[in-house]
Write a protein that binds this ligand. Structure first.
Ligand code: ADP
Length: 188
C-alpha cells in the first residue's frame, strides 16, 4: 500500500508517518527530511536549496522528483509520501513513476488543521527546536505556498476517489486512530 499524508506545514504529517513506519513497517519518504539531510551533509544540492528553504519557498519540482525517484526503490512495506507531492507537476510525476512500476497511490489522507492552530504549533516548535524556516515570516510564506500550490492538488485526488479527510485538530492518538480506520478500510 502506498499513501500520501497531505496537509499544510505543521499539520502533524511527520509525527503520524513515523508511527506508521513503526507499527506497519512502511517506509517514510519525506522530501523535507531528504533536503535537510542534504544541507547537513554540506552537499552541492544542500547548498543550492538552503536559501529557498529558509525563506519558506518551494524548491524546484525537478529536484524533489529526482529525490523521490532515487528513494522509491528502497521503500519496502509500502511508501508514505510526506511533504510530497506539493505541486500538480509533482503529483503527475508521481502517478507516472508509480505506474511505470505497476504501482499506484492507494489513498490520500488529508489532515485538516486551522491556520491559527498551525501558527501556534510552529511558534512553539521554533522556540523548542529553532528550525530556521519556522520563524514567523518564513512560516507565512510556507502557508501561502501550501494554499497557492499544494491545496490545488485536492481536486486531483478527489477526482481519483482517493481523498480521505481527517480532523488534524484532534490529539495525536485520535488522529492516529482515524488513520488506522481509514487504512484498514483500504483494499489493495
Ligand atoms: P513542512 O513542515 O512545512 O511540511 P517540510 O519539512 O516538508 O516542511 O519541508 C521543508 C521545506 O523543504 C519546504 O518549505 C520547501 O522549501 C522544501 N520542500 C520539501 N518538500 C518539497 C516539495 N515536495 N517540493 C518543493 N519543496 C519542498
Amino acid at each position: 500500500m502506498n499513501i500520501i499524508l497531505f496537509g499544510p506545514p505543521a499539520a502533524g504529517k511527520g509525527t503520524q508517518a513515523k508511527r506508521l513506519v513503526t507499527q506497519r513497517g512502511m517506509t517514510q519518504l519525506s522530501t523535507g527530511d531528504m533536503l535537510r539531510a542534504a544541507r547537513t551533509s554540506g552537499s552541492e544540492l544542500g547548498k543550492r536549496v538552503a536559501g529557498i528553504m529558509d525563506r519558506g519557498e518551494l524548491v524546484s519540482d525537478a529536484i524533489v522528483i529526482a529525490l523521490i525517484e532515487e528513494a522509491l526503490p528502497s521503500a519496502s512495506g509500502g511508501a508514505i509520501f510526506d511533504g510530497f507531492p506539493r505541486t500538480v507537476a509533482q503529483a503527475e510525476a508521481l502517478d507516472d513513476l508509480l505506474a511505470s512500476k505497476g504501482a499506484r497511490i492507494d489513498t490520500v489522507l488529508r489532515l485538516k488543521v486551522d491556520d491559527e492552530a498551525l501558527v501556534a504549533r510552529v511558534a512553539k516548535r521554533f522556540e523548542e527546536e529553532g528550525r530556521s524556516d519556522d520563524n514567523p515570516e518564513s512560516f507565512k510564506v510556507r502557508l501561502e505556498a501550501y494554499n497557492a500550490q499544494t491545496a490545488p492538488l485536492l481536486p486531483h485526488y478527489m477526482a481519483q476517489g482517493k481523498l480521505v479527510e481527517l480532523d488534524g485538530m484532534a490529539s495525536i492518538d485520535q488522529v492516529a486512530s482515524q488513520i488506522d480506520k481509514a487504512l484498514d478500510g483500504v483494499t489493495v
